[in-house]
Design a protein around this ligand. Sequence first.
Ligand SMILES: C[S@@+](CC[C@H](N)C(=O)[O-])C[C@H]1O[C@@H](n2cnc3c(N)ncnc32)[C@H](O)[C@@H]1O
Length: 288
Amino acid sequence: MSSDTEADTIIGRFNARIDVRLAEGSAPDDRDLLEGVLVREIGRISGHRVGRDCWVNLEVAGVDAVQPEPDHADSTAYWDGYAPGADLETTLENLGRGFRWTQYKEHGPGLELLGEPRTVLELGCASGATSLAIARTGAEVTGLDSSPAQIARARDWWEEQPNLSFVQADVLDYLARTEDTWEAIVSNWGAGMFCDPVLLLPLIVPRLASGGVYAFSHVEPLAPGHGPQVLYGNGYRGRKVAVVRWLYSPEQWERMLLRSGFAKVEVEVLPGPTPDHVGTVIGRAWAP
Ligand SMILES: C[S@@+](CC[C@H](N)C(=O)[O-])C[C@H]1O[C@@H](n2cnc3c(N)ncnc32)[C@H](O)[C@@H]1O
């Protein structure tokens, strides 16, 4: 691989042009991984983050992936308004049927995937329902979310659960500065799906106790839509709001997890309950 980088930073704006040649025989999805590595390096040097305040124009081996300069708001307002209709009664009723990692009621594995951790951090907890389900097993649970509205609702709903607390923070900022460790870190369709894994995964490993597990789930990606996907968070008519989600195949996850320092990994697509319905990517990775 060879690369030439010309970077120019103006207040709040960052432009980079990178010409990259992949070695002969590289797998097609190496491009996604490479993009992630470059973005991380550029972010590290410039102090910017892709998808939030940094966009990278990347041209790889003749594939023109140049993106226009961003002209959109970040996703905070989008997440503040997420699941506005959720109510406490229905949430408790759903929890009564048992926690699942999938989008279907009573389908797929539940909390047994975690073993019996005594301390758990949930990334992207929204209303805190998953955190509550885990706290009910007796573990000391921290639910984390960047949305002030989601954290306010979670605190309001679950204030009487003594072993459950909530933190409002961006997951990358929080993991980079905390010195705490947990026996399990989880993302149930949470921040693990909405952050660049090349940035997030290496921050998770040192925050897990020895042998601790990172467990995550997200929607099955529709091939060939692996990698970052930028969605219109505010519909097609309102103020432009970018929501970036990162979906990968089990093979891609396994490679990224191992490269990030996990010792053992298991990722699969669990099919939906009806043949040809949307499945769920469910993964676990263990710290050394
Ligand atoms: C689909 S919801 C998660 C649902 C939740 N885990 C559950 O079990 O019901 C995704 C959540 O991730 C949060 N999120 C997205 N990006 C984040 C980030 N960078 N840091 C922290 N939280 C984030 C959003 O605010 C949102 O509440």
